[in-house]
Write a protein that binds this ligand. Structure first.
Ligand SMILES: Cc1cc2nc3c(=O)[nH]c(=O)nc-3n(C[C@H](O)[C@H](O)[C@H](O)COP(=O)(O)O)c2cc1C
Length: 334
């Protein structure tokens, strides 16, 4: 058996699952492991210090897999001043299968990406932004609800995935992907609602191949670290970001709550470099602010990417087949 959707068809992948871009995690090893497992692996473009480093990372990924993979670009010029044009140029020159754009508008790059034959996925946190991305002509829209590990959200956008996805499916014509999940039940739910697949971030952190410190994986897989173990920081700076509710996150929240301190002080604790060192070197899960979705409450193990993707697909198949039993013809008895 298997699952076939607009996403698997457009990308030539086996499972309708995307590993979302993850700063300081989405290296070639991660993307290749996910793609080799039959889903879509994604290299995080801005984790590479320069566009030429991104080119090397794409080529490294190509040496690790012959399956399709993508690159994520978070267009956040105020937060990350990067040469976005040059990064996108490299992505087009290297002709990766897909680009996952988040933060800003993809409009400026659409013609270039089309010419390079790249599938364009836009991650939107609101219906307003999804409608704009649709107007720009993207191929897929990922909808990221309140519970997902997303950064830079407007402080007003506290809408859960259950409502956001349903509304998006009603108002958009563009195929939709549900972002922020960890299980086959959610995959079945997404497909049953009418979406074309799932994007997961936090779930892929706790996999054997994920190139981060073992402590972080164990922390994520610990049942005590559940769906109540995340929080939204930087709300007061209109930059709401869902993170692990650890020591640093609590310090940030207390700065934000203190009228005598300039809120911008919180940004100092939100340093990306500390997160990089936590993921890559120290494994000190309390010592840096790091993105984590409420889906952490659904994660209790550290499988290989292949075990995970296979499990999600078979769980989803079982749920979808079971769902047929609820459909009855007029006059038949339960
Ligand atoms: C550690 C981490 C880093 C992330 N970094 C990025 C990023 O650089 N760009 C981006 O578009 N999304 C980023 N995300 C969001 C993911 O791509 C994905 O949308 C999100 O994790 C889905 O929610 P989930 O974690 O509950 O599955 C990150 C998520 C995590 C967990």
């Amino acid at each position: 058996m298997g699952l076939r959707t607009k996403l698997t068809e457009a990308l030539g992948i086996e499972a309708p699952i995307i590993q979302g871009g993850m700063q300081y995690v989405g290296y070639a090893e991660m993307a290749a492991a996910v793609s080799n497992a039959g889903a879509l692996g994604i290299i995080t473009g801005l984790t590479q210090p320069t566009p030429e480093d991104l080119r090397k990372e794409i080529r490294k990924c190509r040496s690790l897999t012959d399956k399709p993979f993508g690159v994520n670009i978070a267009i956040l010029p105020m937060l990350i001043p990067a040469d976005y044009d040059a990064y996108v140029r490299v992505i087009c020159e290297e002709k990766v299968a897909a680009i996952e754009i988040t933060g800003g508008s993809p409009r400026k790059y659409m013609a270039q990406l089309r010419e390079a034959g790249i599938v364009v996925i836009h991650k939107s946190a609101t219906i307003k932004h999804a409608l704009k991305a649709q107007k720009d002509g993207v191929d897929f829209i990922e909808i990221a609800g309140f519970e997902s590990a997303i950064a830079g959200r407007s402080s007003e956008d506290d809408v859960t995935t259950w409502v956001l996805v349903t509304k998006a499916l009603e108002v958009l014509d563009t195929p939709l992907i549900v972002s922020g999940s960890a299980t086959g039940r959610q995959l079945a739910g997404a497909l049953a609602l009418g979406a074309s697949g799932l994007t997961m971030g936090t779930r892929f952190l706790a996999t054997q191949e994920c190139p981060i410190h073992e402590n972080v994986k164990k922390f994520i897989a610990d049942p005590a670290n559940d769906e109540l173990s995340t929080t939204l920081v930087l709300r007061t700076l209109n930059n709401a970001t869902r993170v692990s509710k650890n020591t640093v996150a609590k310090q940030i929240l207390s700065i934000e709550a203190d009228d005598t301190i300039d809120n911008k002080e919180a940004f100092k604790l939100a340093s990306g470099m500390k997160a990089k060192s936590m993921f890559r070197e120290t494994g000190d899960v309390q010592g840096a602010m790091w993105s984590c979705g409420q889906s952490v409450g659904l994660i209790n193990d550290i499988p290989t990417c292949k075990e995970l993707v296979d499990r999600l697909v078979s769980q989803a198949e079982a749920r979808l087949q079971n769902a047929y039993s609820f459909v009855v013809s007029p006059g038949s008895k339960l």
